[in-house]
Design a protein around this ligand. Structure first.
Ligand SMILES: NC(=O)C1=CN([C@@H]2O[C@H](COP(=O)(O)OP(=O)(O)OC[C@H]3O[C@@H](n4cnc5c(N)ncnc54)[C@H](OP(=O)(O)O)[C@@H]3O)[C@@H](O)[C@H]2O)[C@H](O)CC1
Ligand SMILES: [K+]
Length: 447
């Protein structure tokens, strides 16, 4: 089951719905605090613990966690930034029978649990607060964030204050966009989601291992999916893309090229012509190494087939509305995204959805935080992928993997999510010294 992702406002609405359904807010808080304490026990082990509590319900979670950890035999200190202002937090504070120090005088501890602010953060932290929090987090053996590291903007992943690096983030009910958007995503450490009895009902979620169609014993190479790649001026890119498609389980990969291309697997067929009316084609791939050759994109768009438009192909689209009526997956990186869609407002999540709506296409908005957006509002957030993917040719490999998933019968949004997820795992398998060619070799191990 994919982990749901909700904005702060959606989270508050889901929490309100749970309360309307008869679950008291203090019960939600008790569940959250208990989950936080349990995650700390499992992850950090029994060490002296300092819990930093803010004035809102994030702080409330902290008072509950303090009680559970103390009952589990921990040496627990609580330091408060201010007295609780939220009702549930006042209740939780009242349930805590230990002393409460002042945050300003709090001294470092092996385990720090940051319960200052969560989804209610509305601005940067006071500089003196940010500074002290940073020091306590940096000095800790294990730094834990309750729901979010304090200073992170929940909905877009920006840092409203300088924050440290956390080892563990424990979220409740649903992940927030900040858990899977840069730069916040890179500070979370391991991100745990605790079920506290809230029904998130989300259109946004974290992409997880795809459920790939099993092979049909009666199948043949065409039924396993034919990927037709259109080569351009730089053949090396299409070699990576076509090979990736073949290694990702497409039954047949064909490359149209005006000049013979070396380096392709012998199983990949090269042809001079480009008969795109061939009804056996499962997906067309255009763009890797294409160069500035608009007619090739125009030709690809004449075929009534699913199509992955990547790299130079994206730069040749011109008006996103040109793609209406076609079955397209776009795979832009930041620069290609800006060139095709211009400057859009809002978080990366909102920009991805706006692009999907404008182009009526599935948009794979690549980056350290890759998103997959569908015109109908579905939005997949990729789990963290290795930084070493930032090397030449890995985008060509991704495009080939997505085209293979599409040709194997996954619908466009699922094919894009599958390709993105498998691409990240293949990079993990290939290891930190990989180049794109090594990524190809790792694909079969993650299918
Ligand atoms: N969503 C759920 O199902 C549950 C969430 N829980 C936890 O609750 C927090 C959200 O709690 P909330 O009270 O809405 O917000 P915070 O605790 O994050 O803090 C908001 C208070 O802090 C003030 N504030 C905001 N920014 C700052 C700042 N930079 N400096 C000082 N004070 C700040 C804010 O007041 P303002 O009027 O000043 O904005 C609030 O007083 C969620 O993250 C979960 O941890 C429930 O416990 C369990 C269910
Ligand atoms: K926090």
């Amino acid at each position: 089951m994919s982990r749901p992702i909700l904005t702060a406002e959606q989270m508050r609405a889901a929490e309100a719905a749970a309360i309307d359904a008869g679950i008291a807010e203090t019960v939600l808080m008790e569940q959250a605090g208990r989950a936080l304490a349990e995650a700390v026990r499992l992850y950090a082990g029994p060490r002296e613990t300092l819990i930093l509590c803010g004035p809102g319900n994030n702080g409330g979670d902290g008072y509950v966690a303090a009680r559970f950890l103390k009952n589990a035999g921990y040496t627990v200190r609580v330091a408060a930034l201010a007295e609780p202002t939220a009702d549930a937090a006042k209740w939780a504070r009242g349930q805590w029978d230990g002393p409460v120090e002042s945050f300003a005088a709090a001294t470092e501890a092996p385990i720090i649990i940051d319960c200052l602010f969560g989804t209610g953060l509305s601005r940067g932290l006071e500089p003196v607060v940010a500074e002290r929090l940073l020091l306590l987090v940096d000095k800790a053996l294990v730094a834990v964030a309750c729901d979010l590291p304090s200073g992170v903007a929940s909905d877009d992943g920006t840092l409203l204050s300088a924050i440290g690096n956390y080892d563990l983030t424990v979220s409740f009910g649903a992940l927030k966009p900040a858990h899977r958007l840069m730069p916040a995503m890179s500070r979370m450490g391991r991100t745990v989601l605790a079920d506290i009895g809230i029904d998130p009902g989300a259109d946004w979620f974290e992409i997880e291992r795809p459920d790939l169609p099993s092979l049909d014993p009666a199948g043949h190479k065409y039924s396993r999916g034919l990927v037709h790649c259109l080569a351009g001026q730089m053949p090396g890119a299409i070699v990576l893309a076509a090979t990736a498609a073949a290694k990702s389980g497409a039954g047949y990969v064909r490359v149209s090229t005006s000049l013979p291309i070396s380096g392709l697997p012998s199983s990949v067929v090269q042809s001079g012509g480009a008969d795109l009316q061939d009804e056996r084609i499962g997906c067309i791939l255009v763009g890797p190494g294409l160069g500035d050759v608009p007619p090739v994109l125009t030709l690809a768009l004449t075929a009534p087939k699913p199509i992955v438009i990547d790299a130079d192909g994206i730069g040749l689209v011109g008006d996103p509305e040109r793609l209406h009526g076609h079955d397209v997956i776009l795979t832009p990186h930041e620069g290609e995204f800006g060139k095709l869609f211009g400057k859009l407002e809002g978080s990366k999540a909102e920009r991805a959805l706006e692009a999907a709506r404008r182009s009526q296409s599935v948009v794979v908005y690549k980056g350290p935080d890759t998103l997959v957006a569908a015109p109908d509002g579905r939005l997949g957030f990729a789990p963290p992928a290795p930084a070493w993917l930032a090397t030449a040719g890995t985008g060509d490999v991704l495009a080939g993997m997505i085209a293979a998933m599409r040709a194997r019968g996954l619908e466009a949004f699922d094919a894009a999510c599958a390709g993105v997820w498998l691409h990240g795992r293949a990079a993990e398998a290939a290891g930190p010294h990989m180049i794109a060619d090594d990524l190809l070799e790792a694909i079969p191990s993650v299918l």
